[in-house]
Design a protein around this ligand. Structure first.
Ligand SMILES: Cc1cc2nc3c(=O)[nH]c(=O)nc-3n(C[C@H](O)[C@H](O)[C@H](O)COP(=O)(O)O)c2cc1C
Length: 261
């Protein structure tokens, strides 16, 4: 928690949701849900160590425990340690027999458990998580809980968050464009310099920018091409955008082709 604070993070979160075997061997993640008193102790120690908020991320049960009382008692015990924010991935974690990926897909979603938690602990803040796919679905959930966490959809289709400030927070400003994102990230890439591994890492996490648009495949392919990355350096995003058929230069040439070709 101290390290997180020193690195400048706004919040530190204890993981009571990850089902992976490696994490279980380290005695953290979802297996902590069976030890709420221990989690409460951890929260107290973390709160003593830092000033930033300490929050909890958890599931609604582990293995075959299907009754609501389990998660209600977990939240009740842990909240006594002084934390008030609970991020609930509203499905069980099956600690044996499923991979982490399957554990994000197979145990059934039960959002009503999060709604019930909010009713039982109205003074606590509940953030719902699990297969929220767009802002419309997020708005629907906000009728029942205090917040929404979007995981995979935000990563795979980051553009779905482009009007979040306006729609959810009422903070309207000029709409952002993909070109602006590319411009800002290009400036960031310049600070990364010639460290190819870092440039490749930035490129990997830009794959989703064109999801759903024509040229998305060429964009991803170019951003996975080590030779292109090495050759283009910090210009790689502009280059990939052109390869995807989106840059102004590319469109100019396309128009020319139409006129004269
Ligand atoms: C690649 C990957 C890594 C994740 N790592 C963490 C993690 O370190 N801590 C955590 O609490 N959840 C982690 N999660 C789970 C997500 O926070 C989230 O609970 C899960 O993806 C369900 O939300 P979604 O359906 O919106 O994706 C991870 C998910 C993915 C796909």
């Amino acid at each position: 928690a101290k390290l997180a604070q020193d690195w400048g993070y706004d919040e530190v979160n204890i993981n009571c949701g990850c089902p992976s075997e490696r994490v279980q061997k380290g005695s953290f993640g979802a297996c902590l849900m069976s030890e709420p008193a221990l989690v409460a102790d951890c929260i107290k120690a973390m709160r003593d160590a830092v000033d930033i908020p300490v929050t909890v991320k958890h599931r609604i049960g582990i293995d075959k425990i299907e009754n609501y009382d389990f998660v209600r008692d977990f939240v009740g015990t842990v909240s006594e340690a002084g934390t008030n924010v609970f991020i609930v991935h509203t499905r069980n974690a099956w600690l044996k027999g499923l991979s982490p990926k399957e554990n994000r897909e197979i145990p059934p979603l039960k959002r009503e458990f999060a709604y019930q938690l909010k009713k039982d602990f109205p003074e606590l803040i509940f953030v719902i998580n699990g297969v929220i796919q767009d802002l419309g679905q997020a708005e629907e959930q906000l009728k029942f809980v205090d917040g929404v966490m979007v995981g995979r959809a935000a990563y795979n289709t980051p553009w779905l968050l482009s009007d979040v400030d306006d729609r959810i927070y009422g903070d309207s400003h000029e709409p952002i464009t993909r070109e602006k994102v590319i411009e800002v990230m290009t400036e960031y890439l310049k600070t990364v310099g010639s460290d190819q591994r870092a440039v490749r890492a930035v490129c990997r996490h830009m794959h989703g920018l064109l999801t759903g648009l024509a040229g998305a495949k060429a964009w991803r392919r170019t951003l996975s091409d080590s030779a292109a990355i090495e050759h283009e350096g910090s210009n790689i995003l502009n280059y990939a955008y052109a390869k995807a058929g989106w840059s102004d230069i590319e469109r100019y040439w396309d128009a020319d082709d139409d006129n004269f070709g």
